[in-house]
Design a protein around this ligand. Structure first.
Ligand SMILES: Nc1ncnc2c1ncn2[C@@H]1O[C@H](COP(=O)(O)OP(=O)(O)OP(=O)(O)O)[C@@H](O)[C@H]1O
Ligand SMILES: [Mg+2]
Length: 364
């Protein structure tokens, strides 16, 4: 991967007026002072609970809404002063599906190709490739409004990929897809990177997808990026393996705690009456050492398990909340409204698959 920066966000901030309350000075700070870089070719996953500010960040980076303050350079162009240049170089698949169009799915793809200046022949070839790889073959001649939610979603993704942009933003691309379609979508995303070096910046609520495929995970909470690293490093440094040791009696469990505690600086504690637990980054080696040390003290271990951490454990370690519980906790702040104009939203494009593509930046 080259070190060339494809996204550079500087102080990117978005405040929305709390519109339901007329004349209220309350604003929602959806995104606060984001600073990050993304290098060309990276695959970055943006994680965070509902309302964290992920979509708002993507919509600023793709020029769909203007920031309240700060700016970003995306594929070499400024989102504020050169939005058309940015849009021409990015692909964007928004969080919402394309809605219902009477056009047939394949024709929708061909129109998208024409929009990007592809020749008819090139657009047909690309559309047919995408139809096959995203499993749309049986539905390509149906009108968009006849497609199921999952089929529409696959069409959305195909629309974002039509012009093979160097930078692709995907907002929850796999939500609503069945497992096989999710696997196909991921295969396509990974192929894009291998074949074209495409930079991909996506959001997902499927933590195992981010864990498995993204080389970099940015965790967002309440408008801020609170962690930014590879998934293995985040898990090792912030969470750790959960080890549990079981014993025949409570007294064995009590005696075991100080023995295991000598092997780690992490806190070893009783879990149930007959089990003890410790969360440690080096679980693979700690577990056998603990069993050996307990054996040497004639304390018989009846059960030993080591569970590797998930990205949800990382979020829990960072915030004290799990991702599942953390949604929609954004508090409106009683902040004097500055440059957040209620008209901001009016600049939004009518449909989110309008050609845009950005790659989100990474905080370094
Ligand atoms: N147009 C708007 N007007 C007022 N508040 C808004 C607007 N758009 C977003 N918000 C608020 O900004 C915050 C961030 O929203 P955003 O859509 O970026 O979250 P998200 O991380 O994408 O969440 P999700 O995982 O649910 O998609 C939320 O509190 C949301 O209610
Ligand atoms: Mg969103």
């Amino acid at each position: 991967m080259s070190t060339e920066t494809i996204i550079e966000a500087r102080g990117l901030t978005k405040r929305f007026p709390d519109q339901p309350k007329k004349n209220s000075k309350k604003v929602v700070e959806a995104v606060s002072n984001l600073d990050f870089h993304v290098g060309r070719g990276e695959l970055v996953a943006f994680l965070g609970p509902n309302g964290a500010g992920k979509s708002t960040s993507l919509r600023m980076l793709t020029t769909l809404i203007p920031p309240t303050s700060g700016t970003a350079r995306v594929v070499g162009h400024d989102i504020l002063t050169q939005p058309a240049d940015v849009r021409a170089r990015i692909g964007y698949v928004g969080q919402l599906t394309s809605g219902s169009f009477s056009q047939r799915a394949r024709d929708e793809l061909l129109s998208q190709g024409a929009f990007y200046g592809m020749t008819r022949a090139a657009a047909k070839q690309r559309a047919d490739e995408l139809i096959e790889s995203l499993d749309l073959t049986g539905f390509a001649l149906r009108s968009v409004q006849q497609l199921s939610g999952g089929q529409k979603r696959r069409l959305d993704v195909a629309l974002g990929l039509m012009h093979s942009p160097p930078l692709l933003f995907l907002d929850e691309p796999s939500t609503g897809l069945d497992p096989q379609s999710r696997a196909n979508l991921w295969k396509h995303i990974l192929d894009l990177r291998t074949q074209h070096g495409t930079t991909v910046f996506l959001t997902t609520h499927y933590l195992e997808e981010a864990d498995r495929y993204a080389e970099r995970v940015m965790v967002m909470d309440r408008g801020r990026v609170i962690a930014d690293d590879t998934a293995p490093r985040l898990k090792a440094e912030l969470a750790g393996d959960v080890l549990t040791l079981g014993f025949a009696t409570t007294s064995d469990a009590e005696r075991a705690i100080p023995v295991v505690q000598q092997l780690t600086d992490r806190s070893v504690r009783a879990d149930t009456e007959t089990t003890i637990t410790v969360t440690a980054p080096d679980g693979d080696t700690l577990l056998p050492s603990a069993v050996r040390a307990l054996d040497a003290q004639k304390i018989t271990v009846t059960r030993a398990t080591g569970v590797p951490p998930t990205l949800d454990d990382v979020f829990l370690a960072l915030t004290g909340r799990t991702l599942r519980d953390a949604g929609e906790t954004h508090e409106s702040e009683e902040t004097a409204q500055t440059d957040a104009s209620p008209d901001d939203e009016n600049s939004e494009q009518p449909n989110d698959h309008t050609p845009t593509a950005t790659t989100a930046g990474a905080r370094r």
